[in-house]
Design a binder for this molecule. Structure first.
Ligand code: ATP
Length: 243
């Protein structure tokens, strides 16, 4: 079976800025894979390349065997992307938004009603789905958007900081949803996060990017053992040089 993501020697140059210096990693089907690293390390750049939004300067990415450059259309059909800064259309109700996005995202022949019903269950917003998105709190909006990213059961869902800045209740809901969804439906998840508790709880494997380089990779347990640390935060601090 092909890997879910196979990124080889990725570099990215933005003018004078080298955002990535040649990173290589792979994600197995069904895995929850976490990208961690300090601000500006290159996580979003990596994620945007996996989602075929930007092209690497050099190197290659395969998504379930599809080349992200030559077969970008094919890759886009099997992945969904939740950007870090993302919003729902403010004047659409939650239902209208999910219905609109389901029609855009779903493959021809898909039962749209069933997809929207699934999204409603995932987000758990109940009656509030009848209200316009502009009346939602930040946490409610994010739950709607996470549901949008998962509702079509993509082969790969890419979530850039899915629960960042949310209160405990909303963040908890999102984490539980992502974990359950990946397990029950075999959806492969690539996510980035600054919350080490979240990463340790959710991720099967983790890669740390620092200054555009991939400096460590492994299961949370392997990394804690290797760096003789009690938790991932301590590992992070040791590897990045804060500790
Ligand atoms: P954060 O945790 O703060 O979101 P990040 O790890 O996601 O950071 P990136 O957003 O990937 O980091 O940025 C990596 C580097 O590339 C930074 O130096 C950033 O300024 C630069 N960069 C990213 N996008 C662009 C762009 N479109 N043009 C110029 N420089 C960019």
């Amino acid at each position: 079976m092909s890997l879910a993501v196979e990124a080889v020697s990725l570099t990215k140059q933005f003018g004078q800025i080298t955002a990535l210096h040649g990173i290589t990693f792979s994600i197995k089907p069904g895995e929850i894979f976490g990208l961690i690293g300090p601000n500006g390390a290159g996580k979003t750049t990596t994620i945007r390349m996996v989602c075929t939004i930007i092209k690497p300067t050099s190197g290659s990415i395969r998504i379930f065997g599809y080349d992200s450059d030559r077969q970008a259309e094919k890759a886009r059909q099997i992945l969904t992307y939740l950007p870090e800064e993302s919003g729902a259309y403010p004047n659409l109700t939650g239902w209208e938004y999910l219905n609109f996005m389901a029609k855009l995202q779903a493959q021809p022949g898909t039962d749209i009603k069933a997809v929207v019903a699934e999204a409603a269950e995932i987000c758990g917003l109940g009656d509030r789905l009848k209200d316009k998105a502009k009346t939602y709190s930040k946490g409610m909006k994010r739950r709607l958007l996470v549901a949008r990213a998962l509702m079509t059961r993509p082969k790969l869902a890419v979530l850039d900081e899915p629960a960042s800045g949310l209160d405990v209740m909303h963040a908890y809901h999102i984490r539980e949803t992502v974990k359950r969804y990946a397990r029950e439906h075999g959806v492969t998840i690539l996510l980035s996060s600054h919350n080490m508790l979240e990463v340790e709880y959710l991720c099967d494997r983790v890669a740390l990017i620092n200054k555009g380089q991939l400096v460590m990779e492994g299961t949370p347990k392997e990394l804690k053992t290797k760096y003789n640390s009690e938790n991932l935060e301590e590992v992070f601090a040791k590897v990045v040089g804060y500790a």
